[in-house]
Design a protein around this ligand. Sequence first.
Ligand code: NAP
Ligand code: MG
Length: 475
Amino acid sequence: MFEYAPAPESRDIVDIRPSYGLFINGEWVEPQGEDRHKTVNPATEEVLAEVAWAGEADVDRAVQAAAKAFPVWSAMPGAERAKYLFRIARLIQERSRELAVLETLDNGKPIRESRDVDLPLVAAHFFYYAGWADKLSYAGFGPDPRPLGVAGQVIPWNFPLLMLAWKIAPALACGNTVVLKPAETTPLTALAFADICRQADLPPGVVNIVTGAGETGAALVNHPGVDKVAFTGSTEVGRLIARGLAGTRKKLTLELGGKAANIVFEDAPLDQAVEGIVNGIFFNQGHVCCAGSRLLVQESVAADLLEALKRRLGTLRLGDPLDKNTDIGAINSAEQLAKIRELSEAGEAEGAERWSPACPIPDRGYWFPPTLFTGVAQSHRIAREEIFGPVLSVLTFRTPAEAVEKANNTPYGLSAGVWTEKGSLMLWMASRLRAGVVWSNTFNRFDPTSPFGGYKESGYGREGGRHGLEGYLAV
Ligand code: NAP
Ligand code: MG
């Protein structure tokens, strides 16, 4: 076991204001009500800033600003819109260290991930969709596909800036204008993005950011001036939104929860699979909708694989998210920690066997050690419900048909992983798995050119790639 000296990333590069207003029509404005909420660093419980709580009147103001900007923005030649998007992408790259530190402070994810995964993907997403802005006529949606109007977008806290990029980049490329609501616990990078829009001289009203809690999100998606709703979050809230929008003219895309199977066959390269399993469920503390939270391992190699996996988990370092050596950061909120604890206790109560490596937990902040459960049955809550934390449920199978049966035995269908040396088995599995993404001999790989989205209760519509344009065009 290596010893590591502390290697903290400096936080001097970020300049967090004590208090933030709303970003409407290209300006910072104060909300009409008095309510504010605090956003904290989940690793220390330190209050980072106070953020406005947008009420209905504020949301209305933002939607009107977006509606006013729409005729100009949508009439602009695609090549001109692309210039703004390229400019935003370059500004994100220039400010990527600052944004990575800010994301880590507000969210609790390790700096290694915000720096090496989130931020490069955020910039790549804007670059990618900038490239589409002047080529929409060739995207397969007719000779002159039209934008929809005002997009109301609501995002979760697990990849705050990346989810913003997934939403805003395609919306703007297609000529829509946007009102976006970040999650209550992670508003700061979206507010920094507002500043980037100003730096890029984006016309006022094209992007508006309203902070607040669930009520603000509800006010936004239900506002009659919104033409398109894009939501990423829980299946529960997604259902509420779908119900609210039924019968309206609004176009809706939903990216919801998941309970992905990561399936390891006996012929898989086991050491590589161990890395993929770790990346699949412990990346971002398991706060990943497409996390490989159910490990399905072929019985013949289960004992060997589990031994190697436990050895590997013993080397993961949990602690200060700003330390460049940290593998596992903080749980995003006290609420989420309570949910992870509750489901883990249910796992034990239902008879599964719980295991964690020896892992010192810091005194302050919200933490949960990497955990795995063996002896899990399909009926256990930990096999069926999304835990959204660093908790892996291990099940076994004997035949490929049984693996398919178990993998698909879930109300969700966002992703899956298949580990095998045989291409034929891989393809056989991929054609039977009911999941939007199937990774082969890898896991949690993202690329802006590749569509992402769900089957069943994981939602509908696709984000990313050419497919991602469709949700923002009148087709
Ligand atoms: P959530 O409670 O559904 O919240 C998501 C967003 O919706 C937040 O901004 C939230 O605001 C807002 N919101 C809450 N109630 C609302 C309402 N009635 N109407 C409109 N907006 C409302 O989910 P979460 O707990 O933040 O995120 C975890 C979930 O997101 C997990 O289930 C995960 O699987 C899913 N997720 C899915 C994807 C995907 O691509 N499929 C990606 C990431 C996460 P507040 O934060 O202020 O409550
Ligand atoms: Mg926070």
